[in-house]
Design a protein around this ligand. Structure first.
Ligand SMILES: Cc1ncc(COP(=O)(O)O)c(C=O)c1O
Length: 505
């Protein structure tokens, strides 16, 4: 095959334009066809932007520095121009200071304040802060043009989309080791990944799939069972409700091409030791595909530390637009052929995977998340993106969530007519604030619907962890009652829910 980039970098672009013209195609050349992503260490940095919200990588931020007013001159990366107040607590750690801090955080989420219902169903989808919504709005009103052309607005739009990939890669701590593909959802990204491996692997390759997870990292493998793959189940322990590493050690002895499992259970919030499981899988030469959707709203993802090959999360559950994001190591991307058209070069890792491109305004929204994270970290959003800021922001979220989950678990554990599903630890090292339970007599449906009528936004069901419900002896349609808390929830909301449960159960 001819590598036309080596021969003449302009040639590919010219060919693509001809192709479009011959079909009267109005779409411009997508960004990555003209400007494929390159490994970070060799990438030409985008030109510094005039908007202090969209910092070039080279500038240093000053933690805790007073926030500079954001000027209106920049609309090129669709960032909000409104300065954010600092979310860090006022001096002292009194309850009053906590209250002020939470209030400031809640002000960033207009939707919370536009309903009487307490939004306690965040594992289904989080609210978006103003910074994200404003960025989407600004993009659509100012730079909503096709990518890849040389006129100024198109260059800006192209940068927005490329920088969104760069930002999400940093958010996952994947700089230098891999790339990020964006898509409509985690389910669609994982489904495509499964199909790509079905094409790439020899027929009958062993795929180990954890029963513990959401169907989106199960179905894409199981659908090829008996054809491209031989699926081997990694069962949950009936006693603990968790998969066991010892069992994985046994399973990989016979060999495995891929091991697919979640980072945290979306049903009961428990964290799994991904690094240990990855080490076992790699020892057998397998690739690891991790569903991080239930983990990502609560902790900073760190694909480098986990050493995973693939890691997927849903951006709409992490205070962003309705999209999915998938990190893949360079060598993992290199071994599959993505679904995009034949003339998109294989080395364009992300774009090879992004059939038809991605939501441009969604990319602008993803960039807006940086402002919210800086707000939580008490840092200046005008500074350059920093991994430490991201980690600090998620630490702040964890600090807020820990007492909420502790209180709810304490209450549920105190009742002898309620069973918490999964291990009942309140330790943030072991779980995130997604908590499910069943009542010994009342159906989950009745409890959740009663709570909804009383203004508590919770849910019931299997939450697409159908197989896990069955494995735990639960009837999937009625499933569990799930309460999922994030950093904008309050102790008052938890206490009111407890009050309801006290009267209803
Ligand atoms: C753990 C987990 N994985 C995957 C998904 C699917 O995500 P998406 O809606 O982006 O396809 C969900 C959605 O709820 C989830 O909770």
């Amino acid at each position: 095959m001819i590598d036309w980039r080596k021969k003449n970098p302009d040639c590919r672009r010219a060919m693509f334009k001809v192709h479009c013209a011959s079909r009267r195609c109005e779409r411009r050349v997508p960004y990555a066809a003209d400007r494929p992503y390159e490994p970070r260490d060799t990438r030409v940095k985008p030109a510094p932007l005039t908007c202090p919200d969209t910092p070039p990588f080279t500038r240093q931020s000053t933690p805790g520095r007073a926030r500079a007013p954001v000027s209106r001159i920049c609309n090129n990366t669709s960032m909000s121009t409104r300065p954010l107040p600092d979310a860090s607590a006022p001096t002292g750690d009194s309850a009053a200071a906590d209250g002020v801090r939470i209030q400031r955080i809640r002000e960033q989420f207009p939707a919370i304040n536009s309903t009487q219902t307490a939004l306690l169903d965040n594992a289904g989808g989080s609210q978006a802060p103003r910074a994200v919504a404003d960025a989407i709005r600004d993009y659509m009103l100012n730079t909503y043009v096709q990518l890849g052309a040389d006129y100024d607005v198109s260059v800006q739009s192209t940068q927005t989309v490329q920088r969104a990939h760069d930002f999400v890669r940093l958010l996952m701590n994947g700089d230098g080791i891999g790339e990020v593909a964006l898509g409509a959802s985690s389910s669609s990204l994982l489904r495509t990944l499964g199909d790509c491996y079905a094409d790439a692997l020899p027929a009958g390759s062993r795929i180990i799939v954890a029963e513990w997870g959401h169907e989106s990292n199960i179905g894409p493998w199981v659908r090829h069972d008996g054809k491209a793959f031989e699926v081997v189940w990694w069962r949950v322990s009936r006693e603990t409700g968790m998969p066991r590493l010892e069992e994985l050690r046994e399973l990989v002895k016979v060999g495995a091409a891929v091991v697919a499992f979640p980072h945290a259970s979306n049903l009961f919030g428990d964290l799994f030791d991904v690094a240990a499981a990855t080490k076992i899988a790699h020892g057998a030469g397998a690739r690891v595909v991790v569903d991080g959707v239930a983990f990502a709203p609560h902790r900073a993802i760190d694909v480098r530390a986990l050493d995973v090959d693939w890691y997927v999360y849903s951006t709409y559950k992490v205070y962003g637009p309705h999209m999915g994001a998938m990190f893949g190591k360079k060598e993992a991307f290199a071994e599959i052929t993505g679904p995009n058209h034949f003339f998109i070069p294989r080395e364009a890792a992300s774009y090879k995977f992004e059939l038809g491109g991605v939501s441009h305004e969604g990319c602008a929204g993803l960039l807006g998340l940086w402002r919210h994270l800086c707000f939580l970290a008490g840092e200046d959003a005008a500074g350059p993106w920093r991994r430490q800021t991201i980690e600090l922001a998620f630490e702040r979220m964890q600090e807020i969530e820990a007492p909420l989950q502790a209180r709810l678990i304490e209450y549920l554990s105190s009742r002898n007519d309620v069973r918490i599903i999964g291990p009942a630890s309140a330790d943030p090292a072991e779980r995130v604030s997604t908590i499910s339970f069943v009542h010994k007599a009342k159906p989950s449906r009745e409890i959740a619907q009663g709570a909804n009528r009383a203004g508590h936004g919770i849910r019931f069901g299997h939450f697409y962890a159908w197989r896990l419900c069955e494995a735990l002896g639960l009837q999937p349609e009625d499933g569990v009652v799930r309460v999922s808390l994030v950093h904008y929830n309050t102790m008052d909301e938890v206490e009111r829910l407890i009050g309801f449960l006290d009267s209803a159960l």
